[in-house]
Design a protein around this ligand. Sequence first.
Ligand code: PEP
Ligand code: MG
Length: 756
Amino acid sequence: MPQGGGLSTRGPRNLLRQIREAMAGGGPAQGRLNQVVRIIALSMVAEVCSLYLRRASGELELFATEGLNPEAVHNTRLRPGEGLVGEVARIAEPISLIDAPSHPSFSYRPETGEDPYHAFLGAPLLRGGRAVGVLVVQNRAARHYDADEIEDIQTIAMVLAETVASGELVGLEELSEVELAPHRAERLKGQKFADGLAVGHVVLHEAPIAPEQLLALDPVAEEIRLHASLDALKSGIDHMLDGGQGKLGGASYEVLETYRMFADDRGWNRSLEEAVRSGLTAEAAVDRVRNEHRARFAKARDPYIKERLHDFEDLANRLLRILAGDKPGDRALPDDAILVAKNLGPADLLEYPRTKLKGLLIEEGSAASHAAIVARALQIPCVGRLMGLRDRLSENDLVIVDGEGGEAFLRPRPDMVEAVTQRMAMRQSRQAEFDKIRDLPAVTQDGTRVTLLTNAGLAVDLELLDKSGAEGIGLFRTEFQFMVSDELPKLNAQTALYRLVLDAADERPVTFRTLDIGGDKVLPYLEAEREENPALGRRAIRLGLDRPALLRMQLRALLTAAGGRELRVMFPMIATVDEFRAARELVDYEVAWARRRGRPLPELLRVGAMIECPSLLWHLDALLPLTDFVSVGSNDLFQYMFAADRTNPLVAERYDPLSPPALRALQYIQKKCADTGTPVSVCGEIAGKPLEAFALVTLGFTRLSAPAAGVGAVKRMVLSTDLVAARRGMANLLGSSAASIRGELESLARKLNVAL
Ligand code: PEP
Ligand code: MG
């Protein structure tokens, strides 16, 4: 009776070579699969070797076997979790048993004739962290498979997963029903982050580089390579932590610290070493260990643990880059790049060349996150919250980004591409319609003039100012310049940008918002304390007041750039009247400084506050007299009102701005401003959406600042609105006890023939 002995006698490399040769052998696919399982059984000294692959239905079908009844092939099917094979797939980890029939998960299938076999060793075929099949060896005798054998079968399973998915083993057309993704067309429902449509090819953000060579020619040399790359990884992180933060791009200090911890993780290092010792190249070892992590973490429900997976993923990607000798930023992008990311920061997005970036798909994120805002500012169609996205796509796959419907189509069929191309043409003609009303003033049916402005933050936005027909810039996010820079922008650079903006705006008003960093906007070169709750932390004006030199430099740049013209400047995240006073004092200080030196000063200076913290609502009577204007930052105001982090996908969309409490708060602000004669605008994202903007004008707001892409549609809405009738309808709705009055508001707008 054979007693196993695993691969130790012949070595996994030898076996893997034989598998490759069998695959290359030609002949019908089934014949080659049969040969592969025979070779594995022989090598592992097992009486049985079976390969199960997952069908699209989720069932695991026996595709080939050595030792079991051949009649069972393509007949035996197991549901995920059913039997030991189903259990291996479910937990996505190997199972080794001395006596399988006595295990509670054992499911006896008479057609297979497996009753005489006791010892069982099964390993999942992992693709993108999911089990797409299971490889099993069985022995008649109740024997124990040792750690080396378990390691070996995992290596073989990995090679099989790769080769089956690549179509080398069996033609993919023969496996069209097998869920070996990614090759089938799929439709994923997500959420709209930025309007628009795009068709293009996938570029994976921080793309994992697929190992080209799986088997090492010289395992000893490979281990040395692995250690050298691990050392380089660790010293690179140490270097960044020790002060070279400028090189880091968008990654935060916290992430780095976690990296360092994980890079030293003994379990991770040991798994990599073991994988290399089993005959894999260092790259393939990283890939395999990553797959195991994905599978393990994918089952975790705890969001903290899931985040750790992200860290391991990043670490693996960095390691793969080091092994490939790549430098970040060297990547060549296709001209129709669709960036695909699990999550990304605004700075990460800005690192990609705008001209090639046609669309963006994000697995997590939220519509109010800054990456989504940047996407809208750049008019890059973006869909987010696409569960399982990264696992379903490969680099260079064709995809459709449907930012209108909040969907992504992966590997679409030609008819779908055609349909979307037609919709893109329709959008263009709708744009032509907006172009026709572009130079008309936005006046409601009953004669109320509404001023439509745009939100901007980058030099590219300035082109859109003319194209959108906006009457000025209602919010210029000055931090974007800081975010795209590797170091603190110098006074001259800041002055130059502000001058460029004022020149481009010509006579149109521009409202500059002073630096709003912190929260999800992290500047790698500005040392920031680690905070538990960054959104409630030292962000925006809080940082400005704590580091007045930074704010003063910016104010100096603004005053210089606006010499001889009007300067409008406002402060973000004001929570107390004192904060506004202190900020305004810094402006006065800088004005006095410039005056003493005889520097040119703005002809007119207006200083405002953003209303983003609910505390201000109860102190408007004290605040408004001190301001020249205010602007409601509804993104933040609602985040704080509903206590829901705008960047956290689990809570960001839980509350609807079109709800009685949110709208009543806005109504209250509008009324207080009207009573005191304080000019007020709304500059959150809601100002750029026709239905939300309909609510705003109905509440009495006549200054809206929206992303350039929303201006046309909002103007069309304004031109078609009869405010008197709308106000009557709105008054009833505000009394509702519902959590959202979106549906009712939409019906009202439709009844009044408002163009949405
Ligand atoms: C807001 O909070 O609504 C706002 C306009 O500012 P930001 O989105 O940049 O935080
Ligand atoms: Mg804000």
